[in-house]
Design a protein around this ligand. Structure first.
Ligand SMILES: C[S@@+](CC[C@H](N)C(=O)[O-])C[C@H]1O[C@@H](n2cnc3c(N)ncnc32)[C@H](O)[C@@H]1O
Length: 260
């Protein structure tokens, strides 16, 4: 069977097929629009030299190129020193944060590295739950950056956040109700959006209908669980932007982002 280059290739192909079956490996769709966007990047790709630096070079990036930049950080990223921030989590969630579960679960670390690469001034998170993704992003933001984190459920919202972060503004309410937003918030200034609320097609569609008018050019929009059901994946597929899917290695239930 398939033996075009000896046993090794055959084995590789089999592993690939097994991963696809297990949902571990999903090919990346090509960017729909190869438009490029100017982003500020730190001048050196090592995490250590990045911390504390204030001047960055600018570079034009497509979504796939941005993902590669984030992966350069990810490859060196050590979640260990941050574990104190996650001390309220149970064992299962800790394994997820450390990406030690059976299925790929690197998106918390990927979000941390995205903050390091882009150094956004304003981030909006729709769907915080107990705050794991909030911590992953907040710990990497400059002190003068803002992270507006929204959740509707007071029984769970941010309950695993053991520290307060000056960057984080918690907003308890329904993200489909625009009256939740404090008057001083200018959503059009948002550099990064993270969509992760109720995983139903209707909800995600309503969120995009409501928030797309606030997307500025160059905004990075991250969407979790895009392969959780057909409805969510339909929406993902229909998005007319420069997209990059990184389900593998970020989240086995589907993960991706696009640049506006
Ligand atoms: C999947 S969890 C978020 C997980 C979190 N982003 C993380 O990665 O750690 C989804 C959250 O969305 C919240 N949610 C559901 N519908 C919402 C709505 N309409 N507005 C705001 N939050 C909502 C739920 O209460 C739940 O905590």
């Amino acid at each position: 069977m398939y033996d075009r280059g000896g046993d090794k290739k055959c084995i590789k192909l089999n592993v690939l097929i097994q991963n696809v079956i297990k949902g571990k490996m999903v090919s990346r769709p090509k960017c729909m629009h190869m438009q490029t966007v100017k982003w500020e990047l730190c001048p050196n790709n090592t995490v250590q030299s990045f911390v504390g630096r204030k001047k960055y070079m600018t570079k034009d990036l497509s979504a796939n190129e941005l993902d590669l930049e984030v992966h350069k950080y990810l490859n060196q990223f050590d979640i260990g020193p941050l574990m104190d921030h996650f001390k309220l989590l149970g064992d299962g969630q800790l394994l997820e944060v450390q990406n030690k579960t059976e299925n790929s679960h690197l998106y918390y670390q990927w979000l941390s590295c995205l903050m390091r690469v882009l150094k956004p001034k304003q981030v909006v998170e729709l769907g915080a739950a107990a705050g794991i993704s909030t911590i992953a992003m907040a710990t990497q933001l400059d002190k003068d950056s803002k992270l507006y984190s929204v959740d509707i459920d007071p029984s769970i919202a941010w309950k695993w956040m053991s520290y307060e972060y000056p960057q984080v503004t918690k907003i308890l309410g329904d993200d489909l109700d625009m009256s939740i937003w404090p008057k001083e918030v200018d959503l059009k200034k948002t550099d990064i959006w993270f969509f992760d609320t109720l995983h139903e097609k209707e909800q995600l569609q309503k969120e995009f209908d409501l928030y797309t008018p606030f997307f500025k050019k160059g905004t990075v929009v991250v969407v979790d669980d895009i392969r959780l059901n057909d409805g969510l994946f339909e929406i993902w597929n229909s998005l007319p932007y420069d997209k990059c899917e990184n389900t593998n290695p970020c989240h086995y239930s589907g993960f991706g982002f696009f640049i506006v």
